[in-house]
Design a protein around this ligand. Structure first.
Ligand code: PEP
Ligand code: MG
Length: 587
């Protein structure tokens, strides 16, 4: 599509969640983004000091006002004592004195200096051995960003409070941002960065909201209140669409609408190939509130519950009881189907805002099972909560980021001791609860035969498996073209994991985003994958492809692809097959 009116502008990114949204733009910026840097003269120093003092005063006033609102029982649920700590930070000489000193010595604008001082201060706090002081880093970050916003004259607009019909545009949205956004009023979102497997995209599919990522620097070129059209099918963002564009889109939407209606009619039909081979088609969730969308789409259970989202947007860790209630809520809602609860996968690109990351390679760092095995009390609380919920009868446990047998054995040992504790306490749980390992690190895929003997099922996390096999950061749009699910290395790994599972009589699922893309479904089915677990919005498409497929054709295709030397050739074969069986779903 081309621009047809002077004011219309079209931006092209990657469509990651289907649907078309029309609405008004809200550009969501965190305060630390785009902090200007410029030189000042010595005459301007007093003026900068006044600006800084005014920002501090305004910040204190805002915090007092927030405290008052809490006392009156409205607004945030942060305890009032935390705000006392926050107010004291605005008076902390460790923050104020370096800013004043550096204004004199460096002669740069005050927001630039403050930004740098904050970074150093937080870094120092995070590296201290004292737990209490380390935890203060999050508070300092909150307050410092508030001061920065006041200095920059930017109002803080949280995503929980946006007007109806909002399309959120951001450089990036963290998992904390996406899980706090107002699901009624936000009609779609788009980001400068990201790829099909970044968490922004994953959450969009769970929320069933149109989304586009990888729009480069679009957030710098648009502003709040502009009218926009967001096409999550083709990855297009149109700002101030012309009458002609709106007309063309009306027709495109009508066509999509017809397809969506046809897909919705599959809701209660099985995910079964033309020759009668049954695939389990389950759904992925981030929060219990995602379950209704899954049920609406006709999922046969939850194949992946990303529990880390319960740990975001809060200062403390969720208690065993809180987690138990959430897991039970999901187990009851999804019954009689199973729910696979994945243990905490914090780290990588999912951090609690309290903790942040000080690692230079978070995806290769202290993530998921590594964090849990080193933080036994946090892990134990989660295992107890899952086991207690398992008394419902349909709960399974899955460990993320397994790199080899020893981690599975360690996790299982801990699980056994938690089970013993519960038995001693007379707390009921499912004695036959099934345990699974995610296969998402090449070392685990290559030793899957060994791991298979210690677990009841595998689930291939293709997002990470591809990232780690090909050394391609899954959230970096600059290398997104290298992220290839059909690379011969990936096909061989998937095939060998399926064989290892079946040799040991356990089922194997794929729960990464590859499973939700219609193009790859015939390949995975043909390779012998037993279950696919995908975001709510992908379920009808995946089901349709399965129902239009013959297992024998899929097997033949999969066998042929293993002899093909280039991923793009496999892509062409898959495209041709999809074109033949379901042209509406060709990307
Ligand atoms: C994966 O890696 O494919 C996966 C399903 O887990 P996550 O996307 O949460 O890392
Ligand atoms: Mg993963």
């Amino acid at each position: 599509m081309t621009a047809t009116a002077t004011t219309e502008r079209v931006f092209q990114g990657i469509g990651v969640s289907p649907g078309v949204a029309r609405g008004n733009i809200l550009v969501y910026r965190t305060a630390e983004e785009v902090v200007p840097e410029y030189d000042i003269t010595s005459d301007q120093i007093p003026q900068e000091i006044i600006r800084f003092e005014k920002a501090l005063i305004k910040t204190r006033e805002q915090l007092h006002e927030l405290q008052q609102r809490i006392a009156n029982g409205v607004g945030s649920d942060a305890p009032s004592s935390i705000l006392d700590v926050h107010i004291s930070i605005t008076e902390d000489p460790a923050l104020i004195e370096p800013v004043m000193g550096r204004l004199q010595s460096e002669r740069k604008n005050v927001e630039h200096i403050l930004h740098d001082v904050i970074h150093k201060y937080i870094h120092t706090l995070q590296s201290l051995p004292d737990d209490y002081l380390r935890e203060r880093a999050g508070d300092v970050q909150d307050v410092a960003h508030r001061i920065l916003r006041n200095l920059l004259g930017r109002e803080y607009v949280g995503l929980a409070k946006v007007p109806p019909g909002t399309i959120v545009i951001a450089n990036d949205l963290s998992p904390s941002d996406t899980s706090s956004l107002n699901r009624q009023n936000v009609v779609g979102f788009a980001t400068d960065v990201g790829s099909h497997t970044s968490h922004t995209a994953i959450v969009a599919r769970s929320l069933n909201l149109p989304a586009v990522v990888g729009l480069h620097d679009v957030s710098l070129h648009i502003h709040d209140g502009q009218n926009a059209l967001l096409d999550g099918y083709s990855g297009t963002l149109v700002i101030e669409p012309s009458q002609q564009t709106l007309f063309v889109y009306g027709q495109i939407e009508q066509k999509h609408h017809g397809v969506e209606e046809r897909l919705a009619a599959l809701r209660n039909l099985p995910a079964e190939t033309l020759d009668g081979h049954r695939i389990v088609l389950a759904g992925n969730i981030e929060l219990p509130s995602d379950v209704p969308n899954l049920l609406q789409a006709g999922a046969e259970g939850v194949g992946l519950f990303r529990t880390e989202f319960l740990y975001l947007n809060r200062k403390d860790y969720p208690t065993e009881q809180e987690q138990y209630e959430k897991y039970l809520e999901v187990a009851r809602a999804i019954k009689p189907h199973p729910v696979i609860i994945r243990t905490l996968d914090i780290g990588g690109d999912k951090f609690r805002s309290e903790d942040g990351s000080t690692e230079s390679n978070p995806f290769l760092g202290f993530r998921a099972i590594r964090f849990c095995l080193a933080n036994v009390s946090i892990f134990t609380a989660q295992l107890r909560a899952i086991l207690r919920a398992s008394a419902e009868g349909n709960v399974q446990i899955m460990y993320p980021m397994i790199s080899g047998l020893s981690e599975v054995i360690q996790a299982n040992d801990l699980l056994d001791s938690v089970k013993n504790d519960l038995r001693r306490e007379g707390v009921p749980f499912d004695e036959d609860i099934k345990i699974g390992a995610m296969i998402e690190i090449p070392s685990a895929a290559l030793t899957a035969e060994m791991i298979a003997k210690e677990v009841d099922f595998f689930s291939i996390g293709s997002n990470d498996l591809i990232q780690y096999t090909m050394a391609v950061d899954r959230v970096n749009e600059k290398v997104a073209q290298l992220y290839d699910p059909t690379h011969p290395a990936i096909l061989r790994l998937i095939r060998s994991v399926v064989e290892a599972a079946h040799n040991n009589n356990i089922p194997v699922a794929v729960c990464g985003e590859m499973a939700g893309q219609p193009l790859y479904v015939p390949l995975l089915v043909g390779m012998g994958v037993d279950e696919l677990s995908v975001g709510a919005s992908s379920i009808p498409r995946v089901k349709e492809v399965i129902r239009l497929l013959k297992l024998t054709d899929a097997q033949e295709l999969a066998a042929t692809t293993l002899h093909v030397t280039h991923g793009h050739e496999v892509q062409a074969m898959l495209n041709a097959l999809l074109q033949r069986i379901d042209p509406d779903l060709v990307p």
